[in-house]
Design a protein around this ligand. Structure first.
Ligand SMILES: NC(=O)c1ccc[n+]([C@@H]2O[C@H](COP(=O)([O-])OP(=O)(O)OC[C@H]3O[C@@H](n4cnc5c(N)ncnc54)[C@H](OP(=O)(O)O)[C@@H]3O)[C@@H](O)[C@H]2O)c1
Length: 253
């Protein structure tokens, strides 16, 4: 039976590196989940016929139902599930339109839990789940408030799920990167380049995450810079950290 990986947001900056990593981990088929069919086609051209494009908008209940029906129908041997798709909007969160709030929570949180639920019955001992959280999950983050809160949800959910699935031999890892050099980041604001301290390549984050999950870790924190941020978030009052953050973003909000 083919070893299958399901990777959401597979066409994005980090997603493509997870695709590369999964292929070199001996996966036979990758269900590459995203909305844009052209980019899914390009992904297949780039990585070959082990890529199975699955067009799905993770914010839509009917698209999700189709994805779960596909899993039920094919009963794949899921060795890897990587819930990587995620979105984030900067700004005063109470002023966001309702649909922006709902979309962010649906994609970053709801779809992650539902996909875990529907994939787990098809995972054997040794299978692994990687849910992409963020260093923004370490403390509250004003002006990416909703995003940071959604990533705190993912981190907490994943670490607890790891304990719940221990007896079944399934590892769950919350991946908590700092800034990653992908299209998700707005590189310019009002004509000025935006600074991203500790910016790291998606290759490095994906490689570290896959290594950490293979070692059975429930969290993956890539780079010393982010490990330091993680430590500070445990020992410094969060109001200090929020003040430092606000000072760093004063030119952008
Ligand atoms: N970049 C960073 O600094 C950073 C830092 C920490 C954590 N992260 C997390 O890392 C993950 C990957 O981010 P990235 O930087 O690689 O972003 P990216 O390059 O913008 O890629 C996002 C991916 O998600 C897919 N996607 C977006 N909305 C979707 C939807 N409604 N349904 C299905 N797929 C959807 C996109 O494909 P389509 O548009 O075709 O659907 C794309 O493949 C995210 O969870 C993000 O929160 C990023």
């Amino acid at each position: 039976m083919s070893a299958v990986a399901i990777i959401t947001g597979a066409t994005g900056g980090l997603g493509q590196e997870f695709v590369r990593g999964a292929l070199s981990d001996g996966i036979d088929e990758i269900w590459a989940v995203a909305r844009n069919e052209k980019r899914l086609g390009e992904l297949r051209e780039r990585f070959g016929d082990k890529i199975r494009p699955v067009r799905c908008d993770l914010s839509r209940a009917d698209d999700l139902a189709e994805l779960f029906a596909l899993i039920e129908a094919e009963k794949p041997d899921i060795r890897l599930l990587i819930n990587n798709a995620g979105i984030g909007k900067m700004g005063a969160s109470a002023e966001f339109p309702d649909d922006v709030i709902v979309n962010e929570v649906d994609i970053n949180c709801k779809a992650v839990c539902l996909l875990c639920k529907h994939a787990i019955p098809f995972m054997k001992p040794g299978a692994r789940i990687l849910n992409i959280s963020s260093a923004s999950s370490f403390q509250p983050v004003p002006y990416i408030n909703l995003y940071a809160a959604s990533k705190a949800f993912v981190r907490s959910y994943t670490r607890a799920l790891n304990v719940e699935l221990k007896a079944r031999g399934i590892i769950c890892t919350a991946v908590c990167p700092g800034w990653i050099d992908t299209d998700m980041l707005e590189k310019e604001h009002n004509g000025k380049p935006v600074k991203f301290p500790g910016l790291v390549s998606p290759e490095r984050v994906a490689a570290q995450a896959l290594r950490d999950s293979a070692k059975g870790r429930d969290m993956s924190v890539c780079t010393l810079f982010v490990k330091y941020e993680h430590l500070l978030s445990k020992i410094w009052p969060h109001k200090w950290l929020m003040r430092i953050w606000l000072n760093g973003i004063k030119d952008y909000v």
